[in-house]
Design a binder for this molecule. Structure first.
Ligand SMILES: [Zn+2]
Length: 317
């Protein structure tokens, strides 16, 4: 549009110029043919006037075009500036995106690393739990040791939950730990260390003068308490394997603890369990009495390990 109008302007100017040229030629011819200088002067003045008006008009149009051009040029640079700004902003955004991508990548790497770390810890914990040997030596464990094992179990449980939460892996590790803990507690439960009644020790384990005939005899248990009806408790968890009467022991209960240990409760007034019953440590299984070969009411309590009489005091006191 701009180009075209410019072209048109040029054409106009050329036409004007040829017109002026022809006028000048005519004037020259006139000067040549008419000898009067005044006429020639008038003609020349007229021509100059036409030429002047024509040039003025042409200048005004050119000025308008120049203004238009300047306006368009301004707009163009304005647009260019906007484009530059957009490009800058785009560049900044791209940079930002690249930075964020890097952060995400780093985080993913961290997650992967922590995943690997978790797996390693998981394996270590699994091995630790598998190697936990909590059973087989309950006899040598003090209450303090038992407490510290319980603490270790609780700490391991927390550690597993911290690292693995309630995931499948976490649950598997917890389950393995619980199996170990349960076995440990079961062994503790089956270890006959509960003082099985109330009252003091009347007669200790070992060789002693027989209270009835005065001869030296081996006392296979320990005599406790002195009142008929005093409650008697199972010294450990186990299964009742005998409830019955013998002349020496009177009415007695035998409990097998499943770990080589048996405990016997004799001279009972009454038994509250039957053969085949499972009892927990501390269960009220009988009442103290004076049945069998006795001088008065008491509990004759025996601890038997793999068929051998042991000193109950070593376990219950
Ligand atoms: Zn006795």
């Amino acid at each position: 549009m701009y180009e075209r109008s410019n072209e048109k302007q040029k054409e106009n100017n050329t036409a004007k110029q040829s017109f002026i040229k022809s006028l000048l030629q005519a004037a020259v011819e006139e000067v040549k043919s008419i000898s009067k200088g005044a006429v020639a002067m008038v003609l020349v003045c007229a021509i100059i006037s036409v030429l002047g008006i024509s040039l003025f008009a042409s200048n005004a149009e050119n000025q308008q075009l120049a203004n238009d051009k300047a306006g368009l040029s301004d707009k163009l640079s304005e647009k260019n500036e906007q484009i530059n700004k957009l490009e800058e902003s785009l560049e900044a955004t791209q940079k930002d995106v690249a930075e964020k991508n890097e952060i995400i990548q780093n985080q993913q790497e961290e997650i992967e690393n922590s995943q690997i770390e978790k797996e390693q810890i998981g394996e270590a914990l699994k091995e630790q739990i598998e190697n936990l040997d909590l059973t087989g030596s309950a006899a040598s464990r003090s209450d303090g040791e038992i407490n510290s094992i319980e603490d270790a179990i609780a700490e391991t449980e927390l550690l597993i939950r911290d690292y693995f939460g309630y995931t499948e892996q976490g649950n598997e590790l917890i389950s393995a730990l619980y199996d170990k803990a349960e076995a440990f507690r079961d062994e503790i439960d089956r270890y006959p260390d509960l003082y099985p009644t109330e009252g003091g020790v009347g007669s200790p384990f070992g060789y002693r003068k027989d209270p009835i005939n005065g001869t030296t005899k081996f006392h296979t248990g320990i005599d406790l308490g002195s009142f008929t009806g005093t409650p008697i408790f199972a010294a450990a968890k186990g299964e009742v394997t005998y409830v019955g009467f013998e002349s020496g022991y009177g009415l007695y209960v035998l409990v097998d603890h499943g770990n080589g240990f048996e405990t016997k409760y004799a001279h009972l007034d009454e038994a509250f369990v039957q053969v085949g019953d499972m009892v927990e440590k501390g269960d009220h299984i009988a009442a103290m009495g004076a049945t069998g070969r006795v001088t008065g009411p008491h509990l004759h309590f025996e601890v038997i390990l793999n068929g051998e009489f042991k000193n109950p005091a070593d376990y219950i006191m």
